[in-house]
Design a binder for this molecule. Structure first.
Ligand SMILES: NC(=O)c1ccc[n+]([C@@H]2O[C@H](COP(=O)([O-])OP(=O)(O)OC[C@H]3O[C@@H](n4cnc5c(N)ncnc54)[C@H](OP(=O)(O)O)[C@@H]3O)[C@@H](O)[C@H]2O)c1
Length: 237
């Protein structure tokens, strides 16, 4: 699990562990959250890794395989902070090149690096499941910061491409595309957009990390035939 210390990531770790999986997950700055999560989950392995650094992504994969004795699921739930301006605007001009590079590296490039490293690991395991946490902005036209939207569109493309390429190796690749959730990175979405979102959501509420985790658990642990899909979990936007 890449990004286990986050809101969505920790809910996914708990859901997978609750269904019997042994979990290794990464964290970066959330050392306390990672330690608390590892204490709640029997046998969990917490690995510090900066996903901006490809070598650290590869090392995390290697350490997870060594610690668990094999890996047959990858969930990517890390998401870089968008660096939103304090006045809550999302203008193009507020996204500098450094923010673009960081968001693309954490949200998208880390998946490419991890999956490339995992192919032989999955082969040793007899197959695998890859579940990417995307975002509704990759599958429906909603207002979103340009670097975030671009990174999630990249995940959508990787989902389709990798599903085709890795399918013959018994590896399925899917993306879950959450709408706005109660917590986590939604804290960076301006209030005006949050209100607008609720007006258009059939459920008339934000989602819960546990609701995303339930879908991820299905894809990671019960799925045998769904692949290449982007599944929106947005309360009916
Ligand atoms: N929350 C929402 O409303 C929402 C809606 C749609 C999609 N999503 C997607 O869900 C995913 C998770 O979001 P969240 O809400 O759970 O966010 P979050 O609570 O802020 O968690 C972000 C996670 O990403 C990790 N991370 C960030 N930069 C990193 C880096 N350079 N290296 C390693 N790890 C890094 C964080 O690690 P540390 O904290 O340990 O540094 C943390 O585990 C994101 O991809 C996001 O786009 C969220």
């Amino acid at each position: 699990m890449l990004g286990g210390s986050g809101t969505v990531g920790s809910a996914v770790c708990e859901a997978l562990a609750g269904a019997g999986a042994v979990v290794a997950f990464t964290f970066l700055h959330g050392e306390d959250r990672a330690a608390a999560l590892a204490a709640r989950i029997t046998g969990a392995v917490a690995l510090r890794a900066d996903l901006v650094q490809p070598a650290e992504v590869e090392a995390a994969v290697d350490r997870a395989e060594a610690a668990l004795g094999g890996v047959d699921v990858l969930v990517h739930a890390a998401g870089a902070s968008l660096g939103a301006p304090p006045d809550g605007r999302l203008p193009l001009a507020a996204v500098d090149v450094a923010a673009w590079d960081r968001v693309m590296a954490v949200n998208a490039r880390a998946v490419f690096v991890a999956v490339r490293r995992l192919v032989p690991v999955f082969e040793r395991a007899g197959g695998g499941e890859v579940v990417l946490i995307g975002s509704v902005d990759a599958v429906k036209p909603i207002a979103a910061p340009v670097h975030h939207a671009a990174s999630k569109a990249a995940l959508r493309g990787m989902t389709a491409s990798l599903a085709k390429e890795l399918g013959p190796h018994n590896v399925r690749v899917n993306m879950v595309a959450p709408g706005l959730l109660e917590a986590g990175l939604s804290r960076e979405v301006p209030e005006e957009l949050r209100r607008e979102y609720l007006k258009h959501s059939g459920a008339r509420r934000f989602g819960k990390a546990a609701e995303i985790a339930t879908l991820v658990r299905f894809l990671a642990m019960e799925n045998t035939y769904v692949t290449g899909q982007a599944l929106a979990a947005d309360g009916g936007l």
